[in-house]
Write a protein that binds this ligand. Structure first.
Ligand SMILES: Nc1ncnc2c1ncn2[C@@H]1O[C@H](COP(=O)(O)OP(=O)(O)OP(=O)(O)O)[C@@H](O)[C@H]1O
Ligand SMILES: [Mg+2]
Length: 293
């Protein structure tokens, strides 16, 4: 298929693509994702389909199309086109699905760090263009056929320097605390908080807390909020704990966004950047651990 994004007529879609409504590869809050096959080149693609609930939902979905159209990065899912009515997005098919399946594999810190590094390189690309993803979590990060890690789902993304650009809260447990109380916040720092939760979940195998919402009074989150890190880490013993990992997580999950790493700082951290797998070597590692598709 051609490399420039296409606009297609949904009625005519079946002429170019084989579509079977039983081939559902994912379900989001407001969308269904199908696997489709191009009749010419025989390649598989993912088709994300929605039906608009209201104007806000329509705006969000079309914002995802607008953003994907302009994004071009090795660790962001590739965009191939959209339907003329704006209700469908055609993207690269990612046969190994999302990162949730890695959580139970107890992968070592070097592999996890290298996965997070690929995600962070995409976030660096986005933040340098003033784009904030707004919903970073394992379900929104996919594994390609070549075992490359890519971010998807820009349904919550915003352009940070536009007037009235406000994040919509993302997913509970991944949302930065400053977003939940009515105060000015830097949306890029909210992505950094979510990256901290994602890193924690992938390495430790469970969430650091369930909610950062002040009304929930989550015990684990309160330890972090009160900077009682010793009490927080004690809960997770005797689970393996890497000293570098703990210090790094504290720079991402801290309640005060001013103390939190920016994406540049996170990538430049000495512990983080040491001993990373290249994209090629990480692919070999993941190939060994993931079941064949
Ligand atoms: N290109 C793809 N290849 C394979 N699976 C995909 C692809 N895109 C999405 N999926 C699957 O579909 C799920 C839903 O997709 P996506 O996150 O884009 O939808 P959403 O409706 O915006 O989700 P949310 O519930 O987070 O708002 C993903 O978590 C993933 O499992
Ligand atoms: Mg999603």
């Amino acid at each position: 298929m051609q490399q420039n994004p296409i606009q297609f007529d949904l009625q005519m879609f079946h002429k170019s693509f084989e579509f079977n409504n039983k081939e559902i590869i994912g379900k989001g809050f407001d969308s269904i994702v199908y696997k489709v096959k191009n009749r010419d080149d025989k390649n598989e693609y993912a088709l994300k389909l929605t039906s608009f609930k209201d104007l806000q939902h329509k705006f969000n979905f079309q914002q995802e199309i607008r953003l994907l159209y302009h994004l071009n990065h090795d660790h962001i899912v590739k965009f191939y086109g959209n339907s003329m009515d704006g209700s469908c997005i055609l993207i690269e098919y990612m046969p190994f699905g999302h990162l949730v399946k890695l959580i139970d594999l107890s992968l070592d810190i070097r592999i996890i760090k290298s996965i997070v590094n690929q995600i962070m390189s995409a976030v660096q690309y986005l933040h340098s263009r003033n784009i904030v993803h707004g919903d970073i979590k394992p379900e929104n990060v996919l594994i390609s056929k070549d075992f490359v890690i890519k971010i998807c789902d820009f349904g919550f993304a915003i352009i940070a320097n536009q007037p009235n650009a406000k994040l919509r809260g993302g997913s509970e447990g991944y949302t930065a605390p400053e977003l939940l109380i009515n105060q000015n916040y830097d949306p890029k720092k909210c992505d950094m908080f979510s990256l901290g939760v994602l890193f924690f979940v992938l390495f430790m195998g469970y969430r650091p807390f369930l909610s950062t919402h002040p009304q929930k009074q989550d015990k684990f989150w309160n330890y972090i909020k009160n900077k009682e890190w010793d009490k927080f880490w004690k809960i997770f013993e005797p689970k393996k704990q890497d000293v570098g990992f703990k210090a790094y997580i504290q720079k991402l999950l801290c309640a005060d966004p001013n103390e939190r790493y920016t994406i540049e700082e996170a990538l430049q951290d000495d512990w983080f950047k040491s001993n990373l797998y290249t994209v090629k070597d990480l692919a070999l590692q993941l190939k060994m651990h993931l079941p064949k598709q």
